[in-house]
Ligand binder design. Structure first.
Ligand SMILES: Cc1cc2nc3c(=O)[nH]c(=O)nc-3n(C[C@H](O)[C@H](O)[C@H](O)COP(=O)(O)OP(=O)(O)OC[C@H]3O[C@@H](n4cnc5c(N)ncnc54)[C@H](O)[C@@H]3O)c2cc1C
Length: 376
Protein backbone atom coordinates (compact mmCIF):
# COMPACT_ATOMS: atom_id res chain seq x y z
CA UNK A 1 0.00 0.00 0.00
CA UNK A 2 1.28 3.50 -0.81
CA UNK A 3 2.06 5.73 2.16
CA UNK A 4 -0.63 8.34 1.40
CA UNK A 5 -3.32 5.72 1.12
CA UNK A 6 -2.05 4.00 4.28
CA UNK A 7 -2.14 7.28 6.21
CA UNK A 8 -5.65 8.22 5.19
CA UNK A 9 -7.10 4.75 5.75
CA UNK A 10 -5.27 4.24 9.05
CA UNK A 11 -6.38 7.63 10.40
CA UNK A 12 -9.99 6.84 9.49
CA UNK A 13 -9.75 3.44 11.19
CA UNK A 14 -8.15 4.93 14.31
CA UNK A 15 -11.01 7.46 14.52
CA UNK A 16 -13.56 4.66 14.16
CA UNK A 17 -11.87 2.44 16.74
CA UNK A 18 -11.20 5.21 19.25
CA UNK A 19 -13.22 3.51 22.00
CA UNK A 20 -11.72 0.07 21.52
CA UNK A 21 -8.15 1.42 21.40
CA UNK A 22 -8.40 3.88 24.31
CA UNK A 23 -6.29 3.11 27.41
CA UNK A 24 -8.14 1.95 30.52
CA UNK A 25 -5.91 4.16 32.68
CA UNK A 26 -5.53 7.92 33.16
CA UNK A 27 -2.30 9.76 32.38
CA UNK A 28 0.87 7.86 31.72
CA UNK A 29 -0.23 4.81 33.75
CA UNK A 30 1.96 2.31 35.53
CA UNK A 31 4.34 0.17 33.50
CA UNK A 32 1.95 -2.79 33.95
CA UNK A 33 -0.86 -0.65 32.54
CA UNK A 34 1.31 0.58 29.66
CA UNK A 35 2.31 -2.98 28.79
CA UNK A 36 -1.33 -4.15 28.87
CA UNK A 37 -2.29 -1.22 26.65
CA UNK A 38 0.56 -1.96 24.22
CA UNK A 39 -0.54 -5.59 23.97
CA UNK A 40 -4.11 -4.55 23.24
CA UNK A 41 -3.16 -1.97 20.61
CA UNK A 42 -0.72 -4.33 18.88
CA UNK A 43 -3.33 -7.09 18.73
CA UNK A 44 -6.03 -4.81 17.31
CA UNK A 45 -3.72 -3.19 14.76
CA UNK A 46 -2.17 -6.51 13.74
CA UNK A 47 -5.53 -8.24 13.32
CA UNK A 48 -6.80 -5.30 11.23
CA UNK A 49 -3.65 -5.53 9.08
CA UNK A 50 -2.07 -2.14 9.92
CA UNK A 51 0.75 -3.60 12.02
CA UNK A 52 1.64 -6.03 9.21
CA UNK A 53 2.41 -3.49 6.46
CA UNK A 54 6.10 -2.92 5.85
CA UNK A 55 7.15 -6.30 7.25
CA UNK A 56 8.15 -9.17 4.93
CA UNK A 57 5.44 -11.65 3.98
CA UNK A 58 7.66 -14.51 5.18
CA UNK A 59 7.33 -13.29 8.80
CA UNK A 60 3.60 -12.65 8.66
CA UNK A 61 3.77 -9.18 7.16
CA UNK A 62 1.95 -7.76 4.15
CA UNK A 63 5.13 -6.55 2.45
CA UNK A 64 5.67 -3.14 0.84
CA UNK A 65 8.11 -0.46 1.95
CA UNK A 66 8.92 0.20 5.61
CA UNK A 67 7.35 3.69 5.57
CA UNK A 68 3.89 2.60 6.80
CA UNK A 69 5.56 1.13 9.89
CA UNK A 70 6.95 4.54 10.73
CA UNK A 71 3.61 6.24 10.18
CA UNK A 72 1.80 3.67 12.32
CA UNK A 73 4.17 4.38 15.23
CA UNK A 74 3.72 8.11 14.73
CA UNK A 75 -0.08 7.86 14.65
CA UNK A 76 -0.26 5.64 17.76
CA UNK A 77 2.10 7.76 19.87
CA UNK A 78 0.67 11.08 18.67
CA UNK A 79 -2.78 9.89 19.74
CA UNK A 80 -1.34 8.79 23.10
CA UNK A 81 -2.37 5.18 22.50
CA UNK A 82 1.05 3.66 23.27
CA UNK A 83 4.06 4.75 25.31
CA UNK A 84 6.82 5.45 22.75
CA UNK A 85 9.70 3.70 24.55
CA UNK A 86 8.07 0.32 24.95
CA UNK A 87 6.54 0.55 21.46
CA UNK A 88 10.08 0.82 20.02
CA UNK A 89 11.12 -2.70 20.97
CA UNK A 90 9.67 -4.34 17.85
CA UNK A 91 11.42 -1.80 15.60
CA UNK A 92 14.68 -2.47 17.45
CA UNK A 93 14.61 -6.28 17.61
CA UNK A 94 12.49 -7.63 14.74
CA UNK A 95 14.59 -6.38 11.77
CA UNK A 96 17.73 -8.13 13.07
CA UNK A 97 15.77 -11.26 13.92
CA UNK A 98 14.57 -11.30 10.31
CA UNK A 99 18.12 -10.83 9.03
CA UNK A 100 19.86 -13.41 11.23
CA UNK A 101 17.43 -16.05 12.56
CA UNK A 102 16.81 -19.26 10.63
CA UNK A 103 13.85 -18.55 8.30
CA UNK A 104 11.50 -20.96 10.14
CA UNK A 105 12.36 -19.43 13.51
CA UNK A 106 11.78 -15.89 12.25
CA UNK A 107 8.51 -16.96 10.60
CA UNK A 108 7.25 -18.45 13.87
CA UNK A 109 8.46 -15.79 16.28
CA UNK A 110 8.22 -12.39 14.58
CA UNK A 111 4.40 -12.42 14.19
CA UNK A 112 4.10 -13.07 17.94
CA UNK A 113 6.12 -9.94 18.66
CA UNK A 114 4.25 -7.80 16.14
CA UNK A 115 0.83 -8.96 17.38
CA UNK A 116 1.72 -8.32 21.01
CA UNK A 117 1.40 -12.00 21.92
CA UNK A 118 4.97 -11.82 23.19
CA UNK A 119 7.44 -9.28 24.57
CA UNK A 120 11.15 -9.57 23.78
CA UNK A 121 14.16 -8.00 25.43
CA UNK A 122 17.71 -7.13 24.41
CA UNK A 123 20.46 -8.70 26.52
CA UNK A 124 23.57 -6.75 25.52
CA UNK A 125 24.85 -4.66 28.47
CA UNK A 126 26.63 -6.24 31.42
CA UNK A 127 28.01 -4.80 34.64
CA UNK A 128 31.13 -2.98 33.47
CA UNK A 129 30.36 -3.65 29.81
CA UNK A 130 27.96 -1.12 28.34
CA UNK A 131 29.95 1.14 26.05
CA UNK A 132 32.70 -1.40 25.61
CA UNK A 133 30.39 -4.13 24.37
CA UNK A 134 33.23 -6.11 22.77
CA UNK A 135 34.49 -7.06 26.24
CA UNK A 136 31.28 -8.78 27.35
CA UNK A 137 31.72 -11.95 29.40
CA UNK A 138 28.36 -13.76 29.70
CA UNK A 139 29.63 -17.13 28.47
CA UNK A 140 28.02 -19.75 26.22
CA UNK A 141 29.76 -23.12 25.87
CA UNK A 142 28.90 -25.95 23.53
CA UNK A 143 27.52 -29.06 25.19
CA UNK A 144 25.68 -32.11 24.00
CA UNK A 145 22.53 -30.84 22.27
CA UNK A 146 23.02 -27.12 22.73
CA UNK A 147 24.65 -24.12 24.40
CA UNK A 148 24.97 -23.69 28.17
CA UNK A 149 24.89 -20.03 29.18
CA UNK A 150 26.26 -18.60 32.42
CA UNK A 151 26.69 -14.94 33.30
CA UNK A 152 24.85 -11.68 33.94
CA UNK A 153 23.18 -8.91 31.96
CA UNK A 154 22.01 -5.55 33.29
CA UNK A 155 19.73 -2.68 32.24
CA UNK A 156 17.69 -5.23 30.26
CA UNK A 157 14.51 -3.29 29.48
CA UNK A 158 11.23 -5.16 30.03
CA UNK A 159 12.98 -8.45 30.89
CA UNK A 160 10.36 -9.15 33.56
CA UNK A 161 7.63 -9.12 30.88
CA UNK A 162 9.60 -10.92 28.19
CA UNK A 163 9.11 -14.34 26.69
CA UNK A 164 12.38 -14.12 24.66
CA UNK A 165 15.72 -12.40 24.77
CA UNK A 166 18.17 -11.51 21.99
CA UNK A 167 21.30 -12.31 23.95
CA UNK A 168 24.96 -11.61 23.22
CA UNK A 169 27.31 -14.23 24.68
CA UNK A 170 31.05 -14.85 24.77
CA UNK A 171 31.91 -18.05 22.91
CA UNK A 172 35.56 -17.30 22.13
CA UNK A 173 38.40 -16.40 24.48
CA UNK A 174 38.23 -13.09 26.37
CA UNK A 175 41.02 -11.80 24.10
CA UNK A 176 38.92 -12.60 21.03
CA UNK A 177 36.95 -9.39 21.83
CA UNK A 178 34.33 -8.70 19.13
CA UNK A 179 35.33 -11.79 17.13
CA UNK A 180 34.36 -14.22 19.93
CA UNK A 181 30.73 -13.18 20.42
CA UNK A 182 27.68 -15.26 19.48
CA UNK A 183 24.04 -14.09 19.52
CA UNK A 184 21.33 -16.39 20.84
CA UNK A 185 17.54 -16.19 20.94
CA UNK A 186 16.68 -17.38 24.43
CA UNK A 187 13.37 -18.42 26.01
CA UNK A 188 13.08 -16.40 29.20
CA UNK A 189 11.25 -19.21 31.01
CA UNK A 190 14.29 -21.51 30.64
CA UNK A 191 15.44 -23.02 33.95
CA UNK A 192 18.40 -21.09 35.40
CA UNK A 193 17.25 -17.56 34.44
CA UNK A 194 16.59 -15.11 37.28
CA UNK A 195 15.21 -11.64 36.54
CA UNK A 196 15.50 -8.83 39.11
CA UNK A 197 13.83 -5.53 38.19
CA UNK A 198 15.70 -2.29 38.96
CA UNK A 199 13.82 0.89 39.83
CA UNK A 200 15.12 3.86 37.88
CA UNK A 201 15.09 7.45 39.12
CA UNK A 202 11.72 8.14 37.47
CA UNK A 203 10.24 5.49 39.77
CA UNK A 204 9.61 2.82 37.15
CA UNK A 205 11.03 -0.70 37.09
CA UNK A 206 11.67 -0.52 33.36
CA UNK A 207 14.87 -2.51 33.28
CA UNK A 208 16.35 -5.49 35.08
CA UNK A 209 19.35 -7.49 36.07
CA UNK A 210 19.19 -10.90 34.40
CA UNK A 211 21.22 -13.83 35.71
CA UNK A 212 21.97 -16.97 33.67
CA UNK A 213 23.00 -20.06 35.61
CA UNK A 214 23.90 -22.90 33.23
CA UNK A 215 20.91 -22.14 30.98
CA UNK A 216 20.33 -24.58 28.10
CA UNK A 217 19.78 -22.97 24.69
CA UNK A 218 19.34 -25.19 21.61
CA UNK A 219 21.82 -24.70 18.76
CA UNK A 220 18.98 -23.79 16.39
CA UNK A 221 18.47 -20.65 18.50
CA UNK A 222 21.81 -19.25 17.32
CA UNK A 223 21.32 -15.99 15.39
CA UNK A 224 23.71 -16.16 12.46
CA UNK A 225 26.76 -18.34 12.90
CA UNK A 226 28.91 -18.95 15.96
CA UNK A 227 31.23 -15.93 16.33
CA UNK A 228 28.93 -13.68 14.27
CA UNK A 229 27.40 -11.92 17.29
CA UNK A 230 29.22 -8.66 16.59
CA UNK A 231 27.60 -8.49 13.17
CA UNK A 232 24.22 -9.10 14.82
CA UNK A 233 24.89 -6.22 17.23
CA UNK A 234 26.10 -3.93 14.42
CA UNK A 235 22.93 -4.78 12.49
CA UNK A 236 20.65 -4.09 15.45
CA UNK A 237 22.15 -0.95 16.98
CA UNK A 238 21.54 1.28 13.92
CA UNK A 239 17.79 0.51 14.16
CA UNK A 240 17.87 1.28 17.87
CA UNK A 241 19.63 4.58 17.16
CA UNK A 242 17.50 5.78 14.28
CA UNK A 243 14.33 4.31 12.78
CA UNK A 244 12.92 3.15 16.12
CA UNK A 245 13.09 6.77 17.30
CA UNK A 246 10.95 8.34 14.55
CA UNK A 247 7.71 7.98 16.50
CA UNK A 248 9.45 9.23 19.67
CA UNK A 249 10.07 12.57 17.96
CA UNK A 250 6.42 12.69 16.86
CA UNK A 251 5.51 12.19 20.50
CA UNK A 252 7.93 14.93 21.62
CA UNK A 253 6.30 17.24 19.09
CA UNK A 254 2.97 16.61 20.78
CA UNK A 255 4.43 17.16 24.26
CA UNK A 256 6.11 20.41 23.18
CA UNK A 257 2.77 21.69 21.89
CA UNK A 258 1.10 20.67 25.17
CA UNK A 259 3.78 22.54 27.10
CA UNK A 260 3.23 25.67 25.00
CA UNK A 261 -0.52 25.41 25.68
CA UNK A 262 -0.08 24.87 29.45
CA UNK A 263 2.82 27.17 30.38
CA UNK A 264 1.72 30.44 32.05
CA UNK A 265 2.56 33.61 30.08
CA UNK A 266 6.15 34.85 30.28
CA UNK A 267 7.54 31.64 31.77
CA UNK A 268 9.14 30.52 28.51
CA UNK A 269 11.94 32.30 26.73
CA UNK A 270 10.92 32.81 23.09
CA UNK A 271 14.46 32.24 21.83
CA UNK A 272 14.70 28.91 23.68
CA UNK A 273 11.32 27.80 22.37
CA UNK A 274 12.51 28.72 18.89
CA UNK A 275 15.74 26.83 19.29
CA UNK A 276 13.97 23.73 20.64
CA UNK A 277 11.49 23.83 17.77
CA UNK A 278 14.35 24.10 15.30
CA UNK A 279 16.11 21.13 16.95
CA UNK A 280 12.93 19.10 16.79
CA UNK A 281 12.54 19.76 13.08
CA UNK A 282 16.23 19.05 12.49
CA UNK A 283 15.78 15.62 14.05
CA UNK A 284 12.59 14.95 12.11
CA UNK A 285 14.24 15.95 8.82
CA UNK A 286 17.21 13.70 9.54
CA UNK A 287 15.00 10.84 10.71
CA UNK A 288 12.75 11.18 7.66
CA UNK A 289 15.73 10.80 5.40
CA UNK A 290 16.89 7.71 7.36
CA UNK A 291 13.39 6.21 7.03
CA UNK A 292 13.51 6.77 3.28
CA UNK A 293 16.96 5.17 3.04
CA UNK A 294 15.63 2.11 4.86
CA UNK A 295 12.58 2.06 2.61
CA UNK A 296 14.87 2.05 -0.46
CA UNK A 297 16.58 -1.05 0.97
CA UNK A 298 19.82 0.69 1.92
CA UNK A 299 21.83 -0.60 4.89
CA UNK A 300 21.88 1.50 8.04
CA UNK A 301 25.25 1.91 9.74
CA UNK A 302 27.37 4.29 11.84
CA UNK A 303 25.73 7.38 10.34
CA UNK A 304 22.70 6.57 12.55
CA UNK A 305 24.76 7.87 15.49
CA UNK A 306 23.85 11.34 14.15
CA UNK A 307 20.15 10.49 14.50
CA UNK A 308 20.73 9.31 18.08
CA UNK A 309 22.67 12.45 19.11
CA UNK A 310 19.93 14.65 17.63
CA UNK A 311 17.13 12.72 19.33
CA UNK A 312 18.82 12.82 22.73
CA UNK A 313 19.45 16.55 22.35
CA UNK A 314 15.86 17.34 21.44
CA UNK A 315 14.37 15.10 24.13
CA UNK A 316 16.35 16.87 26.83
CA UNK A 317 15.71 20.31 25.30
CA UNK A 318 11.93 19.77 25.34
CA UNK A 319 11.94 18.70 28.98
CA UNK A 320 14.38 21.45 29.99
CA UNK A 321 11.71 23.83 28.69
CA UNK A 322 9.16 22.03 30.87
CA UNK A 323 11.43 22.90 33.79
CA UNK A 324 11.07 26.57 32.84
CA UNK A 325 7.40 26.66 31.88
CA UNK A 326 5.90 24.32 34.45
CA UNK A 327 8.47 24.51 37.23
CA UNK A 328 6.12 24.09 40.17
CA UNK A 329 4.16 21.24 38.50
CA UNK A 330 7.44 19.52 37.88
CA UNK A 331 8.79 19.98 41.40
CA UNK A 332 5.78 19.62 43.67
CA UNK A 333 2.63 19.24 41.56
CA UNK A 334 0.08 16.55 42.47
CA UNK A 335 -2.21 14.74 40.09
CA UNK A 336 -1.66 12.70 36.95
CA UNK A 337 -0.72 15.64 34.71
CA UNK A 338 2.09 16.86 37.00
CA UNK A 339 3.25 13.33 37.66
CA UNK A 340 3.47 12.71 33.95
CA UNK A 341 5.58 15.82 33.30
CA UNK A 342 7.85 14.87 36.22
CA UNK A 343 8.25 11.24 35.15
CA UNK A 344 9.01 12.22 31.56
CA UNK A 345 11.42 14.97 32.62
CA UNK A 346 13.41 12.46 34.68
CA UNK A 347 13.30 9.83 31.94
CA UNK A 348 14.57 12.35 29.38
CA UNK A 349 17.93 12.30 31.22
CA UNK A 350 18.35 8.69 30.04
CA UNK A 351 18.21 9.75 26.38
CA UNK A 352 21.96 10.39 26.37
CA UNK A 353 22.58 6.87 27.77
CA UNK A 354 20.24 4.27 26.24
CA UNK A 355 21.15 2.83 22.84
CA UNK A 356 24.77 3.86 23.48
CA UNK A 357 25.77 7.03 25.33
CA UNK A 358 26.10 10.43 23.66
CA UNK A 359 29.89 10.29 24.10
CA UNK A 360 30.03 6.95 22.32
CA UNK A 361 27.86 8.26 19.47
CA UNK A 362 30.19 11.25 19.12
CA UNK A 363 33.20 8.93 19.10
CA UNK A 364 31.59 6.93 16.28
CA UNK A 365 30.85 10.11 14.33
CA UNK A 366 34.43 11.35 14.83
CA UNK A 367 36.11 8.06 14.01
CA UNK A 368 33.87 6.37 11.45
CA UNK A 369 32.26 9.32 9.66
CA UNK A 370 34.83 12.12 9.96
CA UNK A 371 37.93 9.93 10.01
CA UNK A 372 39.42 11.88 12.91
CA UNK A 373 41.31 8.88 14.31
CA UNK A 374 40.88 6.59 17.29
CA UNK A 375 39.36 7.80 20.59
CA UNK A 376 41.99 5.91 22.57
C1 LIG B 1 16.62 3.60 29.97
C2 LIG B 1 17.67 2.61 29.57
C3 LIG B 1 17.32 1.42 28.95
C4 LIG B 1 18.31 0.50 28.61
N1 LIG B 1 17.91 -0.70 28.04
C5 LIG B 1 18.85 -1.60 27.72
C6 LIG B 1 18.46 -2.86 27.18
O1 LIG B 1 17.27 -3.15 26.99
N2 LIG B 1 19.43 -3.77 26.89
C7 LIG B 1 20.76 -3.50 27.08
O2 LIG B 1 21.58 -4.34 26.77
N3 LIG B 1 21.17 -2.31 27.61
C8 LIG B 1 20.24 -1.37 27.94
N4 LIG B 1 20.63 -0.16 28.48
C9 LIG B 1 22.03 0.05 28.80
C10 LIG B 1 22.75 1.03 27.89
O3 LIG B 1 22.96 0.49 26.61
C11 LIG B 1 24.06 1.39 28.60
O4 LIG B 1 23.75 2.04 29.81
C12 LIG B 1 24.94 2.28 27.76
O5 LIG B 1 25.41 1.60 26.62
C13 LIG B 1 26.15 2.82 28.58
O6 LIG B 1 26.83 1.75 29.16
P1 LIG B 1 27.15 1.75 30.74
O7 LIG B 1 25.88 2.06 31.47
O8 LIG B 1 27.85 0.47 31.05
O9 LIG B 1 28.12 2.97 30.98
P2 LIG B 1 29.69 3.00 30.74
O10 LIG B 1 30.01 2.31 29.47
O11 LIG B 1 30.35 2.54 31.99
O12 LIG B 1 29.94 4.54 30.56
C14 LIG B 1 29.98 5.45 31.67
C15 LIG B 1 30.30 6.82 31.12
O13 LIG B 1 31.59 6.80 30.48
C16 LIG B 1 31.49 7.28 29.16
N5 LIG B 1 32.40 6.54 28.29
C17 LIG B 1 32.60 5.20 28.27
N6 LIG B 1 33.50 4.88 27.31
C18 LIG B 1 33.88 6.04 26.73
C19 LIG B 1 34.78 6.37 25.67
N7 LIG B 1 35.48 5.43 25.01
N8 LIG B 1 34.91 7.68 25.33
C20 LIG B 1 34.19 8.65 25.97
N9 LIG B 1 33.32 8.38 26.98
C21 LIG B 1 33.18 7.11 27.36
C22 LIG B 1 30.04 7.02 28.75
O14 LIG B 1 29.62 7.90 27.73
C23 LIG B 1 29.30 7.28 30.06
O15 LIG B 1 29.07 8.66 30.21
C24 LIG B 1 19.68 0.78 28.85
C25 LIG B 1 20.03 2.00 29.45
C26 LIG B 1 19.06 2.89 29.82
C27 LIG B 1 19.46 4.18 30.47
Amino acid sequence: MELDEFRTSLDAWLDEQEGALAPDHDGLGTLDEQMAQLTKVKRLTFDAGWMRWGWPVRVGGLGGTTLPRAYLGEALTSRDLVEPGIYSMAEVLAPTMIDFAAPELAATMVPRLLRGDETWCQGFSEPGTGSNLASLSCRAVRSHGGWRVTGQKVWTSLAQYSERCVLLTRTGSVESAHRGITALFVDMDSPGITVRPIESMHGVEEFCEVFFDDVAVPFDRTLGEEGQGWSVAMDLLPYERSTSLWHRAAYLHRRLQQLLDAAPPDTLDAAEVGQTTQLLYAFRARSRSTQHRLARGEDLGPETSIDKVLLATIEQAVFDLVGDGLASDLAIGDGTTSERWRTEFLYSRAATIYGGSAEIQRNIIARRLLDLGSDR
